[in-house]
Design a protein around this ligand. Structure first.
Ligand SMILES: Nc1ncnc2c1ncn2[C@@H]1O[C@H](COP(=O)(O)OP(=O)(O)OP(=O)(O)O)[C@@H](O)[C@H]1O
Length: 652
C-alpha cells in the first residue's frame, strides 16, 4: 500500500472524448468521493479515533495556549498558538493556507468551535492562524487546533458542474464549451498577426508559442517541458493580450504559482488585482490584493463614514425611550446599512472593473466578487496539475483560454483511490492534448535549467528529443559555482551510487510506507561530501518517492548540523522547483524486484529534471532494472555518468 505524499498518479480510465452531460454525471460523485477521502484523512469524521491518535497522525495539535494576538493583515486577526509547555510543536501535517478550527482542548467532536481560520505562518514552536474575527471567549484555557477539509473547494467544484451543464445555452463560455468537449473544431485567426515582444530575450519556441496563443480563437495549450520558461511565456502572452485591450483572468491551482505571476507582472506596470485570503498571499504581493486596493478606494472611505454613523445611531437607539423616535432611528439605520453594503460592493466592483488582469487561484475564481464579471481570456498556469473540474471554475468566465503545463510531469494528487481509478485526476490539459494535439498546442523547446547530460535522458524519453539546452546551462558544472572545489564528488554531472550486493534492503514503516536505511545513509553521506567541497547546503535537494524515506532522511540529516539547510522532500513536493544538485533515493531493494510506483514514468521525469548541475541516483540497480523504463534510466546513468558502489561510502 502506498501512503499520502506518494499517491499513485497513473491516469484514470476516462476517455478523451465525452459529452458535457457525461462529464458532469461522471465527475459529481467523484468529487464527493474525494471530499470523503480528505475528511477521513483529517479528524473531521473520526469521532471514534481518540484525539491522541489524531495528533500522532498529524491532523490535530493538542494542549496549546494562545500566546499572542495581532491585527493588521487587512482586518484579519492573527493568533499565535504554542504548546502549553512551551516546547517545540510535535510533528504534524499542518501547512500554510490550511483551514483549521480552534476548540477547547478537551471538547468533544460535536461541541461548537471557538473559531475557524487559515494557517498564516508555521514555526518550530508555534503556529499563527488568521481569523476574520477574534473568537469571543475561551481563548484563555487549554486549546486544540484541528485541520479540516476545505469545504469551499468542493462546494465550488460541485456548483461549477451545475453551471457547466447550463453553460451550454448561455454565459461567456457558451461557445468555448463545445470546443473543449470535441463537439466543435477549434478556430484560429486567419489574419497575419505580428507582435513586438516585451521580453526581448524570448527564444524562437517561446515567440512561436506567443504568436499561436494570440491567434487562437478559443483554446491554446502551452506545453512547457521542465525549465523551458513556461511562466516567462505566460507573462508575455498576458502582456500582449493586455496591449490588445483584453481583460484577463489569470489563474493557477496553487497560491504560490499565482503570486509568481503577480510578481513577474509587477515590472510591466499592468493594472492588476490579486484576489485571495491575505493569509495565503506572499507578503510582497499584498499591495496588489483586492482587500488592500478596496481599502484605498473612495467608496470604501464612504462606507467607513457610514459605519461610523451607524455606530452613533445604534448608541442613540439604545438610549431612546419614545416609540416614535425609536421607529425613526431604526428606519434610518436600515437605510444606512443598505447604503454601507452598496458602497462596500461598489468599492470591490470598482477595483475589479478597472483591472486589466485579475489573478486568483482556480478555487478563488468562484468568489462572489467575480459574479457577473466576464473576461476576454482565461489563462491557467500549472494546468496539468489541476483537476479538470477546478479549471472549469475559471473557464466558465470567458470565451477563450490558454492552458500552460506539462502533462508529462505529475498530475494533481488525488486522495481517493476509487475517484482516481474512475478518472478524477485526468487533466483537461492531457485530454485536450490527445483530442487536438498540435492543432492547438505549441511546445517550448529550449531549456534554461539543466546541464545537457541531465536533460538528454528526459528529452529522449518524453519529448521526442526535441528539447535542447540553452548555451548558458548546457555545460555548467557544480564546481563552476563560487567556492566549490573540483573533486570526485563535484565533478560528475550524472552519478549512479549502486547499492546492489551491499546488504542494503528496503523495509516498511508502521503505516506500510517503504523506506531504506542503508540508502538514506549513503544519500546523506554524498550530500555531506558535497558540502565539504563547498556546495552550499541550500543548493542541494534530496528527493525520494516515499514519504517514510523522507522522514528517515530527515532524521539521519538531523545528526549533522551542516546539513540543516539541505531540502528533503517527496518527488511530488518538489515539482516546479530546482536545485544545483539533486540526490534521488529510489528506496526499492528487494528479492522480488518489485518497484511499486517508481515505474510511474512521470514521477521519474520530475525527479531527474529538478537538477541543474548534478543529478545523483542512489538505487539498487538490480531491483529497479526489473522495470524496462527504469532499466533504461540506470543504463543512461552508467553510460554517461560516473558509477560508484555504495560499499565505497563509510556509512557505519
Ligand atoms: N528566453 C529566455 N532567456 C533566458 N532565460 C530564460 C528565458 N526563458 C526563461 N528563462 C529562465 O528560465 C528559468 C525558468 O523559467 P520559468 O520560471 O518561466 O519556467 P517554467 O517553465 O515556468 O518553470 P518550471 O519548469 O519550473 O515549470 C527562469 O530562470 C527564467 O528566467
Amino acid at each position: 500500500m502506498e501512503k499520502v505524499g506518494e499517491k499513485s498518479s497513473r491516469p484514470g480510465t476516462r476517455p478523451s472524448f465525452m459529452t458535457v452531460d457525461q462529464f458532469v454525471s461522471l465527475m459529481s460523485p467523484l468529487i464527493d468521493l474525494e471530499k470523503e477521502a480528505e475528511i477521513l484523512a483529517s479528524i473531521g469524521s473520526s469521532s471514534s479515533k481518540s484525539l491522541d491518535v489524531a495528533q500522532k497522525k498529524g491532523s490535530v495539535l493538542l494542549n496549546l495556549k494562545c500566546t499572542d494576538v495581532q491585527t493588521g493583515l487587512m482586518g484579519k486577526v492573527l493568533l499565535e498558538f504554542q504548546s502549553n509547555k512551551g516546547d517545540l510543536l510535535p510533528a504534524h501535517k499542518f501547512s500554510n493556507h490550511d483551514v483549521v478550527i480552534v476548540k477547547p482542548n478537551k471538547a468533544d467532536s460535536s461541541s461548537p468551535l471557538l473559531g475557524q481560520g487559515v494557517v498564516y505562518r508555521l514555526k518550530d514552536s508555534s503556529i499563527i492562524v488568521a481569523f476574520d474575527d477574534i473568537p469571543e471567549d475561551g481563548l484563555n484555557g487549554s486549546l486544540r487546533l484541528e485541520k479540516v477539509a476545505n469545504e469551499v473547494t468542493y462546494r465550488s467544484m460541485k456548483d461549477t458542474l451545475i453551471q457547466l451543464s447550463k453553460g451550454i445555452q448561455k454565459g461567456p463560455a457558451a461557445d468555448l464549451i463545445p470546443v473543449l468537449f470535441g463537439e466543435k473544431p477549434p478556430a484560429v485567426s486567419k489574419k497575419a498577426i505580428q507582435f513586438s515582444p516585451f521580453n526581448k530575450n524570448l527564444d524562437h519556441s517561446q515567440r512561436d508559442a506567443v504568436l499561436k496563443s494570440i491567434s487562437c480563437g478559443d483554446v491554446f495549450l502551452l506545453h512547457g517541458p521542465p525549465g523551458t520558461g513556461k511562466t516567462t511565456t505566460v507573462i508575455e502572452i498576458i502582456l500582449q493580450e493586455v496591449k490588445r485591450g483584453s481583460k484577463i483572468l489569470a489563474c493557477a491551482a496553487s497560491n504560490i504559482a499565482v503570486d509568481n505571476m503577480v510578481e513577474r507582472l509587477f515590472p510591466f506596470r499592468v493594472k492588476l488585482v490579486r484576489l485571495g485570503h491575505p493569509a495565503r498571499l506572499l507578503p510582497q504581493v499584498l499591495e496588489s490584493a483586492l482587500d488592500a486596493q478596496v481599502l484605498r478606494g473612495d467608496n470604501s472611505a464612504l462606507a467607513n463614514d457610514i459605519r461610523k454613523e451607524i455606530k452613533v445611531l445604534s448608541g442613540k437607539l439604545l438610549k431612546a425611550k419614545d416609540r416614535n423616535a425609536k421607529r425613526d432611528i431604526k428606519k434610518e439605520l436600515r437605510a444606512l446599512t443598505r447604503e454601507e453594503r452598496k458602497r462596500q460592493q461598489l468599492a470591490i466592483t470598482d477595483v475589479i472593473k478597472s483591472a486589466d488582469v485579475v489573478l486568483t487561484t482556480l478555487t478563488g475564481a468562484f468568489s462572489r466578487k467575480l459574479e457577473g464579471c466576464a473576461f476576454d481570456l482565461v489563462i491557467i498556469d500549472e494546468a496539468a496539475q489541476a483537476l479538470e473540474v477546478a479549471c472549469w471554475i475559471a473557464l466558465l468566465k470567458g470565451p477563450r483560454c490558454v492552458l500552460a503545463g506539462d502533462h508529462l510531469q505529475l498530475p494533481p494528487t488525488i486522495q481517493s483511490v476509487e475517484a482516481e481509478k474512475k478518472g478524477l485526476g485526468k487533466t483537461l490539459f492531457e485530454r485536450l492534448a490527445s483530442l487536438y494535439g498540435d492543432e492547438v498546442m505549441s511546445m517550448l523547446t529550449v531549456q534554461y535549467r539543466m546541464h545537457e547530460l541531465v536533460m538528454n535522458w528526459s528529452s529522449k524519453e518524453f519529448y521526442n528529443n526535441k528539447v535542447e539546452a540553452h548555451s548558458s546551462v548546457a555545460g555548467h558544472m557544480l564546481y563552476d559555482l563560487e567556492g566549490v572545489k573540483k573533486s570526485s564528488a563535484t565533478t560528475p554531472t550524472l552519478l549512479l551510487i549502486d547499492t546492489t550486493g551491499c546488504d542494503i534492503d528496503e523495509k516498511k514503516d508502521e503505516e506500510e510506507s517503504t523506506m531504506n536505511e542503508g540508502e538514506a545513509a549513503v544519500t546523506i553521506a554524498h550530500a555531506k561530501q558535497l558540502i565539504e567541497c563547498g556546495v552550499k547546503a541550500n543548493n542541494i535537494g534530496i528527493i525520494t518517492p516515499y514519504a517514510a524515506q523522507v522522514t528517515l532522511l530527515k532524521m539521519t540529516r538531523s545528526k549533522t548540523n551542516i546539513l540543516k539547510d539541505v531540502e528533503i522532500s517527496t518527488v511530488d513536493g518538489f515539482q516546479g522547483r530546482e536545485k544545483e544538485a539533486i540526490i534521488i533515493s529510489m528506496v526499492r531493494s528487494n528479492s522480488k524486484k518489485e518497484v511499486g510506483f517508481l515505474s510511474d514514468h512521470r514521477r521519474m521525469n520530475v525527479a531527474v529534471t529538478r537538477a541543474r548541475r548534478q543529478c545523483c541516483l542512489v538505487c539498487d540497480s538490480e531491483t529497479v532494472s526489473n522495470d524496462k523504463f527504469l532499466k533504461r534510466l540506470v543504463e543512461y546513468f552508467e553510460e554517461h555518468g560516473e558509477y560508484l558502489s555504495a560499499s565505497q561510502y563509510d556509512i557505519n
